[in-house]
Ligand binder design. Structure first.
Ligand code: PEP
Ligand code: MG
Length: 841
């Protein structure tokens, strides 16, 4: 303790200093002291002492000053528990007064000394004495004249002399910094960075190492890696005759650290100090077990280390750094896994806009599928396909997308929709395809008829104009933007393999197409957790057959048409089984309302009438007859399976025939068949009986034996509540949290995007529940359902396959609830895997 005050501690090798009591900066400085680095004398003030200071209860400030060499100037810097939480800005040169000024004049010259003193007077007046910043507007000139004018202005305003006593100055600075931390804006700022409301602030008082003076003097920062790439490379800047972070202000006089083609370097100017600096930095890296940014001062040729901070780093740099530290044995692999924020991996998995470029933002919406792409805008799926055929990248713009747009989405480089939220059709398909997607764009006008996009301030973008969609941030930019490629490099793969070893909950992928399945395989997903089969009916040549099937009058007719779809479906499944090489593949039977497959517009209806050889009026009448008031709660999912059983029978047959064929040529396949939208036990019994019959028939016809697993999607509240009576008929239950959230809240997943931001802003929902699993409400149903299911059928497999499956918080919930696996979009598999590993460590 400093003299007899236990709240202020001289930082020595043995002083009791911890992150939790004095903050990260104080703790780091103590580590540097322990490494015997040339750290100026430092006193750490604890969180509790700073709290008292804010209330006006001062510690022994004179005692702190007494710790410093006589006449030394001081600086104060914040020391919050997590350096990312920030804090009030540093204050330098405390203790400067008329006497010190005179002395300094002889050492560094009058102008330089006056500049330092003036800067301090202004800072003190504004931040400590709380005077109006405008009062110094009148101060003109430089050097001594400006200083004297500033001192006079201070006196005129306060009717006191500018404080000359270093203790008084220091006390004032400490008080103002302590109070700044308590201010509302500072509190909101740090809470936005994840700090708890009552996060503590420590303060560090340090003797100023003077970067201004005779001989080689200056200040700078150095790090041993590049912040963007994570590659080993000495980077940083040094500025002669400077203090604080002046060297980083882009001053053209500042030097590079290592030899650099761009300009003169510290290495050339002061080779000895530079060599020492490198040595210290290397020691900090190994002993603090992190890549550090070193803040240093050279004073009369002598090196001082003021501070060390973890380097700022891009996500790709974070991965490379963590892997390198583990490879060198500096940190264990588990620690490397903990050093990378799972969410940031998405930045590596997709092309991104180069973070260094200026953005011409013309609109924004919900960031629904990450990655960025540039293309010419088109307003229909057909146009998108036409552009793709000419090899011209395009961005598909729709009010919202429907299954009819899928081929256009495949053809486009990015998708933009006026409506929708994170589980809308465009968002789900976009994520599946790894296609950048922004939805719910409320601040632009979508004129689909004139094929125009109009910004709030009237800028007009016509078909063929180029824009860039940033699905990671939700921004829409005019023109093309410089991109950064995905970084699925060796480092990424190594980190992922370590995560695989550590994780104890499975991660599967939601994959509908061979391309999805291949992505899932590349990311080592543990199989497919959800294959939505409806898209398969939209492919070229199938849609018409599908429509014929829908228009069939009798079950017989319907079966006959489905016969034609059967071989196509069988090929789909064979391909998935082949790619997944014996890994589980969970196929969901047909789910959407049938009318989604019918043309909405006249032209399409006329085409259909031609294809079916029916009068147009017949077609429109049939389509009208099939329309529903609330199709998402209408005839879809298992309800189709019960009322139009031929579709499920065809799908089951396709699955089983593909199983037999795939097992003959590759790994044996045990397909999983999943029934959507179940709400009653009897639904499962009916569908199970039908599928069992198909399985027996195929076994006999093919003279083959195979097994299959039947399960249901729990996506209605009733299915969760009645899981106890449903589970005995099932091998697995998979929670479809998209529909389950929709139905639990009674909140349309396709419309909620329009008012979700209002709801979140007003604190009705803490987060969009389609994005972040509502652990309280929907989560209770998950717990209830899994408990009741397990009680009735021990050993039943439990999983989650809604969009929440890729979300770290939701994965934590599922792991706690004892789920066997989560399933998410293929591109989120790495995020989910790393999150799962961190939970297990
Ligand atoms: C769900 O509802 O959670 C689900 C996975 O199915 P879909 O998104 O296809 O409705
Ligand atoms: Mg669903």
């Amino acid at each position: 303790a400093v003299q007899n005050d236990p709240n202020t501690t001289l930082v020595t090798q043995t002083a009791p200093i911890a992150n939790a009591t004095h903050g990260g900066r104080a703790k780091c400085l103590q580590r540097l002291v322990r490494l015997d680095l040339p750290v100026p004398r430092t006193v750490a003030i604890s969180f509790s002492a700073v709290q008292k200071i804010a209330k006006g209860e001062m510690p022994d400030v004179a005692g702190i000053v007494a710790q410093m060499p006589s006449g030394a100037l001081m600086c104060v810097r914040p020391s919050s528990e997590d350096p990312d939480w920030g804090g009030p800005g540093a204050v330098l040169n405390i203790g400067i007064n008329n006497k010190r000024f005179q002395e300094l004049c002889t050492v560094i010259g009058e102008d330089a000394a006056a500049a330092l003193y003036t800067r301090f007077v202004h800072g003190y007046a504004i931040n400590v004495a709380r005077l109006d910043p405008d009062m110094f507007d009148e101060v003109s000139g430089q050097g001594r004249a400006a200083l004297e004018e500033s001192l006079r202005a201070y006196e005129a305003e306060t009717e006191e002399e500018f404080p000359q006593d270093p203790t008084v100055q220091l006390a004032g600075v400490l008080r103002s910094m302590a109070r700044a931390w308590d201010g509302t804006s500072a509190r909101l700022l740090r809470q936005a960075k994840g700090a708890p409301a009552d996060a503590g602030l420590g303060l560090v008082v340090q003797q100023m190492a003077f970067g201004v003076g005779v001989g080689q003097c200056g200040s700078g920062v150095l790090q041993l890696v590049d912040s963007d790439t994570g590659l080993r490379q000495v980077t940083g800047r040094y500025l002669s005759q400077s203090q604080g972070r002046d060297a980083m202000q882009g001053d053209s006089a500042s030097l590079y650290l290592g030899r650099d083609p761009r300009g003169p370097s510290l290495e050339e100017l002061a080779p000895e100090a530079y060599a020492k600096l490198l040595e210290h930095a290397a020691l900090m890296r190994t002993r603090l077990r992190a890549e550090m940014q070193v803040e240093f001062v050279i004073e009369g040729g002598e090196l001082h280390i003021l501070d060390g901070m973890r380097v700022a780093r891009s996500s790709r740099a974070a991965v490379r750094i963590a892997v390198a530290l583990a490879d060198e044995g500096i940190i264990p692999r588990e620690e490397a896994l903990m050093r990378v924020e799972p969410r940031t991996l998405t930045e590596l998995l997709h092309r991104q806009i180069d973070p260094r470029v200026r953005r011409d933002v013309i609109g924004r919406g919900i960031a629904a599928s990450p990655g960025a792409a540039t293309g010419k805008i088109v307003f229909s799926a057909n146009d998108a396909q036409a552009y793709a055929a000419r090899n011209e990248p395009c961005v598909l713009i729709r009010r919202e997308t429907s299954p009819e747009d899928i081929r256009g989405m495949h053809a486009a480089k990015a998708v933009l929709t006026e409506r929708g939220g994170v589980t809308s059709h465009a968002a789900v398909i976009g994520r599946g395809l790894g296609l950048p997607c922004v939805v719910g764009v409320s601040n632009m006008k979508f004129n689909l008829v004139q094929k125009q996009l109009v910004t709030k301030d009237g800028r007009v973008f016509n078909e063929g104009d180029e824009i860039t969609v940033d699905g990671s941030s939700g921004q829409i930019l005019a023109g093309a933007a410089q991109m950064q490629e995905a970084a699925l490099d060796e480092n990424f793969n190594r980190l992922m393999s370590w995560a695989e070893d550590a994780a104890d909950i499975g991660v599967r992928a939601n994959a509908d197409t061979p391309a999805d399945a291949q992505t899932a395989r590349n990311f080592n997903a543990h199989g497919i957790g959800l294959c939505r089969t409806e898209h398969m009916f939209f492919e070229a040549g199938r849609l018409t057959v599908m429509r014929e099937m829908i228009f069939a009058e009798t079950g017989e007719d319907r079966r006959a048409v489905l016969e034609r779809l059967l071989p196509m479906q069988r090929d789909d499944f064979k391909e998935l089984f082949r790619i997944m090489q014996g890994q589980p593949v969970c196929i969901r039977l047909f789910d959407p309302p049938l009318h989604e497959f019918l043309p909405m517009h006249r032209a399409g209806q006329r085409e259909l009438a031609e294809a079916l050889n029916l009068p147009l009026s017949d077609v429109t009448r049939r389509i009208e007859a099939m329309s529903e008031y609330n199709p998402m709660l209408g005839l879809r999912g298992v309800r189709l399976g019960v009322t139009v059983p031929e579709i499920y029978e065809m799908q089951a047959r396709a699955i089983f025939e593909a199983t037999v064929e795939a097992s003959r040529s590759g790994e044996p396949v045990v397909p999983e068949i999943m029934i959507p939208l179940v709400s009653a036990r009897r639904e499962v019994e009916l569908v199970k009986t039908a599928i069992d019959a198909v399985a027996s028939a195929v076994r006999t016809e093919q003279d083959a034996s195979f097994e299959y697993r039947l399960g249901i999607m729990v996506e209605t509240p009733r299915a969760a509540l009645r899981a106890g009576e449903i589970a005995p008929h099932c091998a697995f239950l998979s929670f479809g949290t998209n529909d389950l959230t929709q139905m639990t809240y009674g909140l349309s997943r396709d419309d909620a995007g329009r008012f979700m931001s209002d709801y979140v802003q007003q604190g009705v929902f803490s987060e969009d529940p389609f994005h972040m699993l509502d652990t309280e409400g929907v989560g209770e149903l998950l717990k209830l359902g899994s408990e009741r299911g397990r009680a009735a059928q021990p050993g039943i497999t439990i999983s989650l396959c809604g969009e929440h499956g890729g979300n770290p918080e939701s994965i934590a919930f599922c792991r706690d609830a004892g789920f066997d696996y989560v399933s998410c979009s293929p591109f989120r598999v790495p995020v989910a895997r790393l999150a799962a590993a961190q939970l297990a460590i």
